[in-house]
Design a protein around this ligand. Structure first.
Ligand SMILES: NC(=O)c1ccc[n+]([C@@H]2O[C@H](COP(=O)([O-])OP(=O)(O)OC[C@H]3O[C@@H](n4cnc5c(N)ncnc54)[C@H](OP(=O)(O)O)[C@@H]3O)[C@@H](O)[C@H]2O)c1
Length: 336
């Protein structure tokens, strides 16, 4: 019986927010496996903010997705056929799946990795996946977090931010402040995810609240959003502060490049540094970080929360929800 693979392709480049015309479904037949390949039924897609940046025809760290090409994405699934010694039927694997129902895993560059065992698949894709590892690397390798730091994290109730806040507390930060949109998210950060305080940037002045909460300034800012919030944090830096540029999601749906932060001169006055990074540059460290994070999950010191959208037809809605802040925690699409 011929297997049909549903793929989601880029139909039109979005100009601003995503809509129903951004993607379309394409059905293709699954080709017979060659020696060294395995067929994976995709169970979950990892919906990441960066996918939006690949939809623009603009320079990036990976080429733009072409019109008519499948949406590039991470994902995880189960091996259902195998002609490879590397994969056994029933194995759970993760990697670059794209937005589709089936992916062919091979043994070369596109090889998929075993999903860490001992946790459910959504948790593995969240805290033990790219966003959890991003939080870890951003805080430790780039931000050089140390005990007693005053740490501020934006998009704090999203996938990366929620893990980053918990890790910052576990590393002995003196104060961890989250910035998020709306009272529900802010209450959750403090009551469930170990943040000491939260700023609701949609209803409060970030500048004023930062001065109140961090009177001696911010030692480490984990920036997921860029834009006005970055500018507000720049105005309240401690001496030798570190700003970790993880992402700039506030601008991903923008139709024009925003102006740079006008408060950048504070970097000079405070002898501060601002450094960007990509989690993909640290692949060799992923297994050891996953082991450390898995131990924290097992010990009950690291919580995972997912926002699950049902059905591959709604993958673009999942991305749209992330970009407009409807999500709390990691956005995943449940494929089957
Ligand atoms: N450098 C790397 O290697 C790397 C790897 C992974 C992720 N990232 C970056 O990390 C950031 C978070 O990504 P994620 O996948 O974990 O997404 P996420 O945080 O789960 O979702 C994005 C969040 O951004 C917030 N947001 C949207 N528009 C905003 C705006 N105008 N101002 C302030 N906040 C806004 C929304 O929450 P609110 O309701 O609070 O607005 C939303 O929940 C992104 O910038 C992404 O590019 C970087």
């Amino acid at each position: 019986m011929e297997r049909i693979n549903r793929q989601v392709v880029l139909a039109n480049r979005p100009h601003g927010p995503l809509d129903a015309t951004t993607t379309e479904i394409r059905d293709v037949a699954v080709a017979p496996l060659e020696e060294g390949q395995a067929l994976v039924a995709v169970r979950y897609l990892s919906i990441d903010a960066t996918i939006r940046t690949w939809m623009d025809d603009a320079p990036g760290y990976l080429p733009p997705i072409g019109i008519g090409e499948m949406i590039r994405s991470g994902g995880a699934g189960e091996v259902i056929e195998s002609r490879s010694d590397r994969y056994a039927v029933g194995d759970l694997v993760s990697g670059l799946t794209g937005w589709q129902e089936y992916v062919v895993a091979d043994e070369g560059f596109g090889a998929m990795s075993p999903v860490p065992s001992g946790v459910d698949l959504p948790t593995a894709m969240n805290v033990l996946g790219s966003t959890g590892i991003t939080a870890y690397i951003g805080l430790n390798d780039i931000g050089h977090i140390s005990e007693g730091d005053v740490v501020v994290i934006s998009a704090a109730a999203g996938a990366t931010g929620m893990t980053a806040g918990q890790l910052a507390k576990a590393k002995g930060a003196a104060l961890v402040v989250g910035i998020a949109g709306g009272p529900e998210k802010c209450a959750l950060l403090v009551n469930e995810y170990g943040y000491d305080a939260a700023i609701d940037y949609k209803n409060e002045s970030v500048t004023k609240r930062l001065k109140e909460l961090c009177p001696s300034g911010v030692d480490l800012y984990f920036d997921n959003v860029g834009g006005e919030i970055l500018n507000a944090v720049l105005a309240n830096l401690a001496m030798n502060a570190r700003i970790v540029l993880c992402g700039a999601v506030s601008g991903y749906n923008a139709t024009e490049f925003p102006l740079g932060p006008s408060n950048y001169f504070a970097l000079i006055i405070q002898r501060a540094s601002m450094q960007g990074f990509l989690v993909l540059d640290h692949l060799a460290k992923w297994p050891e970080i996953q082991a450390e994070l898995a131990a924290m999950i097992a010990a009950g010191t690291l919580k995972s929360r997912e926002y699950i959208v049902e059905g591959i037809d709604h993958a673009v809605d999942g991305l749209s929800d992330l970009l407009t802040g409807k999500n709390i925690g990691k956005v995943l699409v449940k494929v089957s």
